[in-house]
Design a protein around this ligand. Structure first.
Ligand SMILES: Cc1ncc(COP(=O)(O)O)c(C=O)c1O
Length: 464
């Protein structure tokens, strides 16, 4: 198939030209109309034609996250090794639900590697790859709920939740929205989610957590799950994990750590003490498709004891029986996905290409760049930092000479994005508008950081 070679050429050209294009540009109306509105073709079209459409009508309108001046959300440029092998994963096209094939075995290895990198204890079968941390979180929460119900002498799968004391989970005010979504998905309701206050550095307060648990116990509720963050999405804050782990242990609650974005920040020089307590977690979620740049999608759920996830999800109908599955069974027994993609190949390639040294260098370089940006912000009279930089996210504000500061900061991200030279996003912190820049791309330079600040100034100056 010659088209496969053409596709490889196109991929190489696209990647080599990414930094020369606008970071992002709005999709023009006619292009959007074609992309979203086209009719299903009656007759099939040749591969070469499809490739031309991809070249002319798809590749020109990226989200922007391949560019070295993309600082939005937590979306990375793709790791070249991951891109290289993804076509081969598609060519093999296995389902990694289970069975005896390379996809499943490679997943065992990369899950172990990820645990090792994150400094999390690993036992065989102690995790699986997922679509992202949102799904990993739902899996960990379901495992925790199953363990808690069993401890109380019943089975959620058999009995449901009706007539039981309300199950309660604890997340910080800066915890990611996927925690609340997971609780809602599992039928706990938002009323089953306690939002714990944070300190001035946006870290969950252990004292407030303890007080909330005690109040719930006194009211007859059933606390069972505490979620700490190893790198919050707004500011990159790392909760006092060791203290949270102690509070959870004192009440025999499941301790979960959301390390989607930040778990690997522990690898930066001198950062490890900040992450003490992560290894005590009953579960850890992290996203290879964030800092590592594994092409989307790839998340990971890790468990201290995988038996609880298996207890929560294992359902093996007769047509899926596998007498040779071994003690660990199939991956599909540890989560809701049956057919599972070959995420392990792109993750294996990315990690193999970087090696532990390369991962440490990536984290070290990007966290250092974030500190450089923070120093620039600090020194500029028209900017201010709004949170300490502990990972690679810088949360800050522009201080206009006049006008409503909140309104200006709210308008800046869109204005910067539309100019096409840099891309950043915003958030609110403690009720005020803030800008946040997340540095993940090892190709970013100090000059790019200066351009970002310049673009913010120019955007603010030209706001209507
Ligand atoms: C801290 C944190 N937790 C969870 C998530 C959700 O992860 P995913 O988008 O992979 O489901 C994100 C995504 O940005 C995140 O930054």
């Amino acid at each position: 198939m010659d088209e496969l070679h053409d596709a490889a050429d196109l991929t190489a050209r696209y990647l080599s030209e990414v930094d020369e294009r606008p970071v992002w540009r709005p999709v023009p109306a006619a292009a959007a109309e074609w992309l979203a509105g086209q009719e299903l073709p009656e007759a099939g079209r040749p591969l070469s034609e499809l490739l031309a459409d991809v070249r002319d009508r798809v590749l020109p309108y990226p989200m922007g996250n391949g560019h070295r001046r993309f600082f939005g959300w937590v979306n990375s440029a793709p790791a070249p090794a991951g891109v290289l092998v993804d076509q081969l994963a598609a060519a093999m096209n296995p389902s990694c639900a289970g069975g005896d094939h390379a996809g499943v075995l490679l997943e065992r290895a990369v899950v172990r590697w990820l645990a090792e990198l994150a400094g999390y204890p690993h036992r065989p079968g102690g995790g699986l790859l997922t679509s992202g941390t949102s799904l990993a979180t739902a899996i960990c929460l379901a495992a925790a709920r199953q363990r808690a119900a069993r401890a109380d002498g019943w089975d959620v799968r058999e009995d449901g939740l009706a007539g039981r004391p309300p199950f309660v989970v604890y997340v910080s005010a800066e915890g990611h929205s996927c925690l609340r979504k997971a609780a809602e998905l599992l039928g706990l309701g938002t009323r089953g989610v306690r939002t714990i206050q944070v300190d001035a550095e946006f870290r969950m307060s252990p004292a407030a957590l303890r007080a909330a648990i005690e109040a719930d116990l006194a009211a007859g509720a059933r606390p069972f799950f505490v979620a700490g963050s190893a790198g919050t999405v707004n500011t990159g804050a790392v909760d006092p994990l060791a203290e949270l782990a102690d509070v959870a242990a004192a009440h025999r609650l499941w301790f979960h750590v959301d390390g989607a974005y930040g778990a690997l920040a522990a690898l930066a020089p001198g950062a490890a003490p900040e992450f003490a307590g992560l290894a005590q977690a009953d579960s850890l979620a992290l996203d290879p498709h964030k800092w590592l740049g594994v092409p989307v999608d790839c998340g990971c759920a890790l468990f201290a004891d995988p038996a609880h996830a298996r207890d929560a999800f294992s359902l093996v109908p007769a047509y899926l029986r596998d007498e040779d599955a071994g003690d660990l069974g199939w991956f599909a027994e540890y989560g809701p996905e049956q057919t599972r993609p070959f995420r392990a190949l792109r993750t294996w390639a990315t990690l193999s290409h970087l090696g532990r040294t390369g991962v440490v260098e990536l984290v070290t370089r990007t966290t250092a760049l974030a500190r450089t940006l923070a120093a620039m912000v600090d020194q500029a009279p028209d900017f201010e930092l709004v949170a300490p930089v502990v990972t690679s996210i810088v949360a800050f504000r522009y201080r206009p000479a006049s006008g409503d500061v909140d309104a200006v900061n709210r308008a800046i991200p869109g204005a910067v994005q539309r100019r096409g030279r840099a891309f950043l996003t915003g958030t609110t912190l403690g009720g005020t508008e803030a800008l946040r820049a997340c540095v993940l791309n090892p190709a970013t330079t100090e000059a790019d950081l200066r351009i970002l600040l310049e673009e913010i100034r120019l955007s603010a100056a030209n706001l209507p």
